[in-house]
Design a protein around this ligand. Structure first.
Ligand SMILES: [Zn+2]
Length: 492
């Protein structure tokens, strides 16, 4: 019997200076698969995402389009919400940080808690700033005068800003990560963070001049000349979406939750593994219990992204292949934590050979045989090898989920599908159907297959929810034929 425990799960909130690309789709479906798995396991899970509206990047993008930042983030923000819906992502809440009335009070309250604790102070600062990262870079991070991730030139900034005393929390953050109270998955990302901490944590600026931000952003409490720095603002969404500093949701899903999980891309690991724990420690709040860190989708070996001009439109892929085929490709053919190259030809092959050829075909074969020979389906005396494999696969899926290796989970499920297809071939139920004395063997064979399909559907549900529901509907109350799960694609 599973004990119900409150779990809070978020994906990162992307900044919205353009339409969403395939990388956003990857993060949405990964987090949705985790959420659905935990819910199906009986946990009391709250799953949120949103958009990061208050950054300087959005101000500049609005300028370039001759519009206001507010209009820009409303327009593109709607696109991100539409993408989540189109991908069948089952959020409990979704926050737009500029327009949601819960956000600014939470940011101010969090700031005030840190200030009351003596961790906010004023200092002039001169440094090289990357607008792409919204971050000052250290000397050692600058390669050929540029940020290693973004193509735009760095800007020299000389400002009087408010700083957060991160250095004070170095030992505590180190202990939390090293001792896995804050787990970072995969292990190589944890190692990377520990190495960074070993280099020393410096205090960081948490405000920007209001003039440079052109008034866009949340004013610093008690200092109208500054707005809250976008990372402090954005990270606070994980609390504001729960109604912090008050609210039952905040108490239930943050303060008293058994788990607090953030699923993020590797490029924003440092903000989540260092800045965010520092802020929370200062505010006297519990830290996240895990960071799930995915890789990037590349296109012909290059990172995709709006600033790089090679974004892949997820809506086009959804229209052509359907939601579950895209989910399947992203979750199964891309490694959950390493970079992966997107290839539409492989998406097509996955659709045709695996989804239609193996899964869809198995369902059709079994339902057709049950239908044609009016076979009674029983739940006892099932094939022991298939039942054992089904149990082993369920255990592999559980392990893969806790290791954040979603691709391994799907591979295990498709091993079960392959075994069932081999079982059909080797038992040849159409031969058994030819003579009445084989009726018990036929019943045994097809019942074992129906059972295996049922397990497959249950295991697939977090990854391919509509397909799983359709398989279940096709098997109950009695297996019956229907249209193909994955109809033939039009020519490429
Ligand atoms: Zn950068």
């Amino acid at each position: 019997m599973t004990i119900q425990k409150p779990i809070f799960l978020t994906s990162a909130i992307p900044y919205v200076n353009a339409e969403p690309h395939l990388g956003h789709a990857l993060e949405l479906v990964q987090s949705d698969a985790l959420a659905r798995y935990q819910r199906a396991s009986g946990h009391d899970l709250h799953f949120t995402s949103g958009t990061d509206d208050n950054g300087l990047k959005n101000v500049r993008a609005a300028d370039a389009l001759g519009t206001t930042p507010g209009e820009l983030v409303a327009r593109y923000g709607a696109g991100f919400r539409r993408l989540a819906q189109a991908l069948n992502v089952a959020h409990d809440d979704f926050i737009h940080t500029a327009s949601d009335a819960r956000h600014a009070p939470a940011v101010r309250a969090l700031w005030q808690r840190c200030a009351d604790n003596g961790d906010v102070y004023q200092k002039s600062y001169r440094g090289l700033y990357c607008v792409g990262c919204e971050h000052f870079l250290r000397e050692s991070e600058i390669i050929d005068g540029k940020c290693p991730v973004h193509p735009e030139p760095l800007e020299v900034l000389d400002e009087q800003n408010w700083f957060f005393r991160l250095s004070r929390y170095q030992a505590q953050i180190l202990a939390e990560i090293d001792g896995d109270q804050l787990r970072i998955l995969p292990g190589e990302r944890k190692h990377e963070v520990l190495q960074f901490i070993a280099g020393g944590l410096e205090d960081f600026s948490i405000s920007r001049s209001r003039a440079r931000a052109r008034g866009w952003g949340i004013p610093v409490p008690g200092d109208d000349t500054q707005v809250v720095y976008v990372w402090f603002d954005a990270l606070a969404n994980y609390l504001s979406v729960l109604g912090y500093p008050n609210g039952d949701s905040f108490r239930h899903f943050w303060q008293n939750a058994a788990e607090r999980w953030h699923l993020i891309g590797k490029d924003i690991l440092r903000f989540h593994a260092l800045y965010w724990p520092g802020i929370l420690l200062s505010a006297g709040l519990p830290l996240p219990t895990a960071l799930y860190v995915h890789g990037h989708i590349t296109s012909q070996g290059k990172k995709i992204g709006k600033s790089l001009g090679n974004a892949i439109d997820p809506f086009r892929l959804l229209a052509r292949y359907g939601v579950d085929a895209l989910r399947y490709y992203l979750l199964s053919h891309l490694h959950s934590t390493k970079d992966g190259d997107f290839r539409e030809d492989l998406l097509r092959t996955a659709y045709t050979a695996e989804l239609a050829g193996k899964l869809g075909n198995l369902l059709q074969r079994v339902c057709a045989l049950v239908d044609r020979h009016a076979v009674r389906i029983v739940t006892t005396n099932l094939d022991p090898a298939l039942s054992l494999l089904a149990e082993q696969v369920a255990a592999s899926v559980a392990r893969a989920i806790s290791d954040f290796a979603l691709h391994d989970a799907l591979r295990a499920i498709f091993e079960l599908v392959a075994a069932a297809n081999r079982y059909v071939d080797s038992r040849a139920p159409w031969q058994l159907a030819k003579s009445p004395e084989n009726a018990p063997a036929l019943e045994h064979c097809l019942s074992s297959l129906v059972y295996t399909l049922g397990v497959t559907a249950r295991l697939l549900a977090p990854f391919l929810p509509s397909t799983a529901a359709e398989i279940q509907a096709r098997l109950e109350p009695h297996p019956h034929l229907g249209p193909p799960l994955f109809p033939a694609l039009p020519p490429a």
